[in-house]
Design a protein around this ligand. Structure first.
Ligand code: G6P
Length: 608
């Protein structure tokens, strides 16, 4: 959600900033802007729309300047207009800032500053910060930022520059990620490693309530209370090739097709074949506490919440530990009953989702053990939880999550397997699951090879305005996820339901214009799903069924079928979700939608 970049060095800042913003565009893309220091002034351009539009606008100008900051926005306070785009300026245009997060007490501060004569031109909370820094500025930007931030309530990742101090950028964070990239005689800043990796893999992750003063050759970090911080640089855990489309028309398609490999990466070194179990280094030393928990609460948002639902089935099945799944946004505000006997597991691809983070903090405050399951290394949730497991799925750039979902389900399977084997799961059962996991990447390749069937179906789907997705058991969360993918990127109104619940309401919607996507693989609830298909057909619904290879019964009932190879029941979601990802993708492409940057969405939602 919103992206920040900064550069200070010897090269022209503008192309570096534009390129960085393009790398971050997946985080927010309704408006953007850039400021470059040209003492005694600050050159600035911003505009509504995509970075490419900003680039076109400034192409001819190419301002010289080796220090600059940039921002790509996902609007929270104020519409996505040019005025509300960042950078924001102080009255005299001598201080500029870019900001991610929310200044909660902005209205009180704004009244105060207006009474002092400050003039505001935007509706954003961020502009308040620019004026507040100006208010305290006496020639030392770092000191003014520190004083200003000590008056602010809310979250921020900011970069600030002052016209009078062209040799420094001041960065600060609380609750919104900020990384410093160390180059040779140049320093880069970004809210996300994907904007840094082309320049350097040597990075410092800033922590909450820290401030950094950045020069081309020096980085000084102190806390907002002015205590010295020493933090060595780390290596970014991915490469430039990970953030390129690699010949695919969209990141989403690339990420769908990467899944056989990302599945392997999530399992690498974690399967113990001899012992028929899994080994997760990040949870070593915590297993006794986890299996001794009175219950496990899994909390997440969006796609990660769907993975959590599958996790509930897996863990209850293998380990017989009671599991509850909660939307993080609900959990944090409903005063949940939590004790030190509980374990909370937060699932978040980005590791930055504000609601999930708040749920972790709430559970920790009440004494629970907090575990994290994140993809982004060094992310806030990964750092704030007591222990956890990384997905190792590589950067996910498409806004609609795909490969992170399958990796989440794999890691949840590994956790369930390890817990199960510590409790009551037999070695024979364990071995069956370990073997099935081993066969998964090849079976996924088989599903992906069937892409043309899905492509043809997508053409027919694209003319519809609504769709219903149904599944049962392990595949009920897959129905939810399939529907979410469809609505996110094609804007077709799609609802996921447990198949048997259809008759308690959604059945009223079924007529010949209603596509009904059913997951009907051969599992213990197969016969029941057959009855659900009959119910839809009796009302002339258009049935698309995801079935087990060689199925004949559904073939007679459904209008369209997509086959997936057979696998042990608990792993079927990992295969059945793939055609649904592809169906959403090709339907959106057919409708001419912007697949990687769907309207109104953001990759990482760092506000409530
Ligand atoms: C946003 C994204 C979704 C994602 C959700 C949770 O809504 O658009 O794709 O599933 O956030 O994100 P997280 O990073 O916590 O998994």
């Amino acid at each position: 959600m919103c992206g920040i970049v900064g550069y200070i060095g010897k090269r022209n800042a503008l192309p570096i900033l534009i390129n960085g913003l393009k790398r971050l565009e997946y985080r927010g893309y309704d408006s953007s802007g850039i400021a470059v220091l040209q003492p005694p002034d600050i050159w600035m351009r911003k505009r509504q729309g995509k970075i490419s539009q900003l680039e076109l606008e400034i192409e001819a100008e190419n301002p010289a300047g080796t220090t600059g900051i940039g921002h790509t926005r996902w609007a929270t306070h104020g519409a996505p207009t040019r005025e509300n785009a960042h950078p924001h300026f102080s009255c005299g245009n001598k201080i500029a800032i870019v900001h991610n997060g929310i200044i909660e007490n902005y209205s009180m501060l704004k009244d105060e500053l207006m009474a002092e004569g400050h003039l505001f031109i935007s509706q954003t909370d961020t502009e308040v910060l620019a004026h507040l820094i100006e208010y305290y500025y006496t020639g030392d930007l770092a000191a003014a930022v520190r004083t200003a931030l000590n008056r602010v309530e809310g979250t921020f990742g900011i970069l600030a520059v002052a016209a009078e101090e062209p040799d420094c950028i001041v960065a600060a964070r609380r609750g919104s990620p900020l990384l410093i990239g160390i180059g040779d005689d140049e320093t880069f800043m970004a809210s996300d490693g994907s904007a840094l990796v082309e320049h350097t893999r040597k990075v410092i992750y800033m922590e909450d309530d820290e401030m950094a003063v950045l020069g081309a050759e020096n980085v000084t970090i102190r806390t907002l209370q002015d205590a010295h911080v020493h933090r060595p640089a780390e290596e970014l855990p991915f490469r430039t090739s990970d953030i390129r489309k690699g010949g695919y028309p969209h990141f989403m398609l690339k990420e769908i097709f990467e899944q056989p490999d990302t599945m392997v990466d999530s399992m690498r070194g974690r399967l113990l074949i001899e012992e028929a179990t899994a080994k997760l280094g990040g949870l070593e030393g915590f297993w006794d506490a986890i299996r001794g928990s009175s219950r496990l609460i899994i909390t997440a948002c969006g796609t990660s919440w769907h993975a959590a639902l599958i996790g509930e089935y897996l863990i209850e099945n293998f380990a017989k530990i009671p599991v509850e799944v909660e939307y993080a946004s609900e959990f944090r505000y409903r005063d949940p009953i939590i004790s030190s006997k509980d374990t909370i597991l937060a699932i978040s691809q980005s590791g930055e989702t504000a609601d999930t983070l708040a749920a972790v903090r709430e559970a920790k405050r009440k004494g629970a053990l907090a575990l994290g399951l994140c993809n982004v290394v060094g992310s806030t949730i990964a750092r704030e939880t007591d222990a956890g497991v990384y997905l190792h799925a590589g950067p996910e750039i498409g806004v609609a999550s795909t490969k992170a979902f399958t990796s989440q389900v794999i890691v949840l399977t590994l956790i369930a397997l390890a817990l199960g084997r510590m409790k009551q799961l037999s070695a024979e059962e364990g071995a069956r699951i370990v073997n099935a996991l081993g066969s998964l990447p090849d079976l996924t390749r088989k599903v992906l090879a069937n892409v043309d069937v899905v492509k043809a179906l997508a053409k027919k789907m694209a003319v519809h305005n609504h769709a219903l997705y149904l599944g049962r058991g392990f595949n009920y969360p897959v129905a939810l996820e399939g529907a979410l993918k469809m609505k996110e990127i094609s804007y077709i109104h799609a609802e996921g339901y447990p198949a048997a619940e259809m008759k308690h309401g959604p059945i009223a919607l079924i007529d010949r214009k209603m596509p009904v996507v059913l997951v009907a693989v051969r599992d213990p609830v197969y016969e029941k799903v057959l009855s659900n298909i009959e119910e839809v057909k009796a009302r002339e619904g258009w049935v698309i069924a995801v079935v087990s290879e060689g199925d004949t019964m559904v073939k007679h009932l459904a209008d369209e079928i997509i086959e997936v190879p057979a696998i042990t029941q608990c792993l079927t979601p990992l295969l059945t979700v793939i055609p649904l990802q592809l169906l959403a993708y090709y339907t959106a492409v057919e409708k001419g939608c912007n697949v990687d940057q769907p309207r109104n969405l953001a990759k990482s939602v760092t506000v409530e």
